[in-house]
Design a protein around this ligand. Sequence first.
Ligand code: 9MR
Length: 367
Amino acid sequence: MSLHPPLHRRALAGTAATALAVALVAGGALGASAAPDGSGRSTLRALAQSAAGLKIGTAINTDQLGSNTRYDQIAGSQFSTVTPENVMKWDAIEPKRGQFDYTAADELVRFARQHHQLVRGHTLVWYNQLPQWLVDLGPFLTSKQTAAILKQHITEEMTHFKGKIWQWDVVNEAFNEDGTLRDNLWLEKIGPSYIEKAFRWAHEADPKALLFYNDYNIEYAGPKQDGAYALVRGLVRKGVPIDGVGFQTHLDTQYGIPDLETSMQRFANLGLRTAETEVDVRTTLPVTATEQSAQNAGYSESLQACLLVRACISYTVWGFGDAYSWIPGVFAGEGSADLYDANLVAKPQYFALQSVLRTAKGVPHRS
Ligand code: 9MR
């Protein structure tokens, strides 16, 4: 997939925020947290809870879960919510038509229960990671048949997990960078109403789950954010059951840090919740001191934005260990985007988040 640079961006170099982040990191690194997993006395989840009841989460690679002790220990202790990185996607859940496989996803839900964590469900309606049978069938489907397949998928999966999912990413990445709707099977066959329909079907299946629209690059002001805003404002006005908007927040030091506080508040003003759902901050390798500072600032500022917006209910990183990150496979020469290094040792980014949470006096967050 391509995560294109946004049109509007703020330069990083020399900002006060960068200087602040550097100071925070220095403080954190010299502080009490000497444990190799970075937990020390204060885990991110405990600090986030004290800082106005914010939930802090991570995407989970279920290949590691149960087979990598250190991975399990960090996942279970540092975070209060988990998101399946891949195992709730359509290709994983229904690899053959009518044959459902919930094994890995159920294991993750069990892990979350054991560790008193909430689950973000990801994701029901997307153009990507569709099972091959559906890709092959797509061109032959009528509009009615496509809608029936989509409704069945949403209903089947959400019913399986009913009562166990806190937030669902119902529709994922429906927009192009220019703010038009992305061409995909759903748009081609059903038309733009597929989005509204998906939210209605999702609400019928699990009325208590919080239903989110989720996308990347809507963190930045510009046509893509405007497109998403117009869409969700329309949904809210029509009474469609949408609860929130997820800002993925896949940042890259070369593009600067978006004004997430303003962006999230814009959507919050519609009465919606917001969340940062897939945070990581990549950079070109090897990491220089300047890039390290920029990465720390990316994490610190994005977390601060969530703390400042009352409607922002969770801050989720897209995995925590560089060894399992999706970045090197997609962006050649880039990486080091996560909180922990390849040996699962906490990096300055981790301490930057810790410091922000230690000093945070956020307003109480919605739940
Ligand atoms: O991290 C996921 C990676 O393991 C998959 O190969 C990839 C397939 O598209 O999806 C990645 O997760 C994506 C997420 O589901 C939606 N937003 C962008 C994420 C990074 O590509």
